[in-house]
Structures are given as C-alpha cells and as structure tokens.
Design a protein around this ligand. Structure first.
Ligand code: AMP
Length: 281
C-alpha cells in the first residue's frame, strides 16, 4: 500500500528515517491523471532507489491560461491505484500554500535562454512556474534521484539547468517518451480529446516521423516545410515545428549534428506537444 501524505509535516515525519540513514530516495513529480508514461518513470525510480515518492500537484503557476488549468484532468482515485501497482511508497499531495510559502528562487536561476523559445515563447511564465514548483518539491522531498520524461524535452533541459545553477544535490534521470500503439505520445491532456480529435492528433507523430526519416538526406528546411504541410492539411493548428540543438535548444539548419525536432499544436482546444531525438552518425 502507498502511504498518502497531504502535508509537509507528514512528509517530513515519513521521510525522516530515510534521510537520517542516507537512503536513496527516488522522486517522480507529476500533475496526476497518470498514464503508462508516468508509470515508466515510477518503474525506473523503483528499480534504482530504496524508497519512491510520487507527487501529484496541478500547479496553477505553470498555466498561463486559467481555463486550461480548470480543465486539466484530475483522476486521483485511479492515480492512487496506479501508484500502488507500481510499488510507490509515498504519494505526496502538497497544498499550494505549503509549496509556495517560502522565498522563490526562480529569478536567481540561470536558464541561459533555454526558457525563451518554444513553450517559453508561447506560454509566458510557464517555465518560471515549473522552476518554482520543482524547486519547492525538491526542497520538501530531498530526493537523491528525480525522474522526468523526454516528452517534455524543454522542461527537462530547464530542470537540469536549474539543478546545475543552484548546485542542488539531486541527479536528474531522463526517461524515454511512451507512446500509444499508433504512435501518439501519451499525455494526460489526451483525455480531453474527442474520438475524432484523438485520430487527428496522430498527425503530430506522423510529422515528427517524417522529419526523422528524411532529415539526413535532404535539406532540413525542405523536410520541415513538408512536415508542416502534413499538419496544415489536418484540423490541428500548428504553433511551432522546430529543429533545435538538444543542449542549447537553439534552432539549427543543418543535419551535421544531432538535433531534436519539437512540435506544439492545438487539437481543438487542447494544446499538445511532442518531440523526437535525431542522432547524427
Ligand atoms: P505531467 O504530469 O504531465 O507534469 O508529467 C509528469 C512527468 O511525466 C514529466 O516528467 C513528464 O515529462 C513525464 N511524462 C509525461 N508524458 C510522458 C510520456 N508519454 N512518456 C514518458 N514520460 C512522460
């Protein structure tokens, strides 16, 4: 059985024995509405740590659109079952006030421009909210290892930059994107798609796969343009489709180096993101 902790005091009481004896603590921060992608993070944490903590908190500070926050799926009963199946020891359900009562460090963190493009450009304040909440959660949990999905590639780069900038004593472990059988990246937001939108959303995977297949042999811009046309022919509204450097996240225009192709688009009202890593020879 997973133990549910709904206050910082309960968390401290439960983790104190582990902190004292220097046990490895694996931590998986989430916003809930758990799916197999989240399970893969819990699984990785379970395999490498003595104790696993999962947090579920829908963080209002990282939503630039309050309607999006209100409509974010919340499935706590199923989430608890899912965490128990994965053998999670503690499920932390922090309150807003306890997370954000301390001094914010977000402005001190050197993100080296990683937050300026893509999601950062389209969702002002989003990454500041992410940094604030992950920092606060790290302070509460004191994890040895924290698990994040490559599905949120830019977020992962920003968390790594935060850890390095603040010299936090935690290792960041990145886990591959889990996909539905037809290729759609698993996401809590997929729950908000109608049946027809769910079908249409597959174009993102098709566009990324198209870029991955052709980028080495043809001019990158031409390949990106054709992938954009695939999306333009669907009902999705493209926000961006970019080829960027996996470390700096700056746009690149050649295929001599490894890259990541990132996409964001609206499927009906639902904003979806996905990416694929493209490895140079
Ligand atoms: P979220 O609940 O959306 O904030 O996601 C919590 C964590 O799960 C983040 O580190 C995400 O990158 C990760 N995650 C979300 N979707 C997937 C997926 N399809 N595959 C692997 N990890 C994922």
């Amino acid at each position: 059985m997973s133990v549910i902790l709904s206050s910082k005091a309960q968390l401290e009481q439960s983790l104190n024995p582990y902190w004292k004896r220097g046990a490895t603590i694996g931590f998986v921060p989430t916003m809930g509405a758990l799916h197999a992608g989240h399970c893969s993070l819990m699984h990785a944490a379970k395999a490498a740590n003595e104790v696993v903590v999962l947090s579920i908190f829908v963080n209002p500070r990282q939503f630039n659109d309050s309607a999006d926050f209100d409509k974010y799926p919340r499935t706590l009963t199923e989430d608890i079952k899912c965490a128990e199946t994965e053998g999670v020891d503690f499920i932390y359900l922090p309150s807003y006030d306890e997370l954000f009562s301390g001094q914010s460090v977000a402005s001190e963190v050197q993100l080296n421009g990683l937050d300026l493009s893509m999601e950062g450009a389209s969702r002002p304040g989003h990454f500041r909210g992410v940094v604030e909440v992950v920092y606060a959660l790290f302070e509460h949990v004191n994890p040895s290892n924290a698990y994040f999905g490559q599905k949120d590639f830019q977020q992962l780069a920003i968390i790594r930059a935060m850890v390095s900038s603040l010299k936090l004593p935690v290792s960041i472990v990145s886990c591959p994107t889990l996909r539905e059988i037809d290729g759609l990246a698993m996401s809590s937001r997929n729950l908000r798609l109608s049946q027809s939108e769910r079908q249409e959303a597959l174009v993102l995977y098709k566009a990324l796969s198209f870029v991955k297949k052709h980028w080495k042999n043809r001019p990158s811009m031409e390949v990106l343009d054709q992938a954009k046309q695939l999306i333009a022919a669907s009902t999705l509204r493209l926000d961006y489709l970019l080829l960027v450097d996996p470390d700096s996240l700056l746009p690149i225009a050649n295929n001599a180096q490894s890259a990541v192709v990132c996409v964001a688009a609206y499927c009906g009202e639902v904003r979806l993101i996905d990416n694929m890593l493209l490895l140079a020879d």
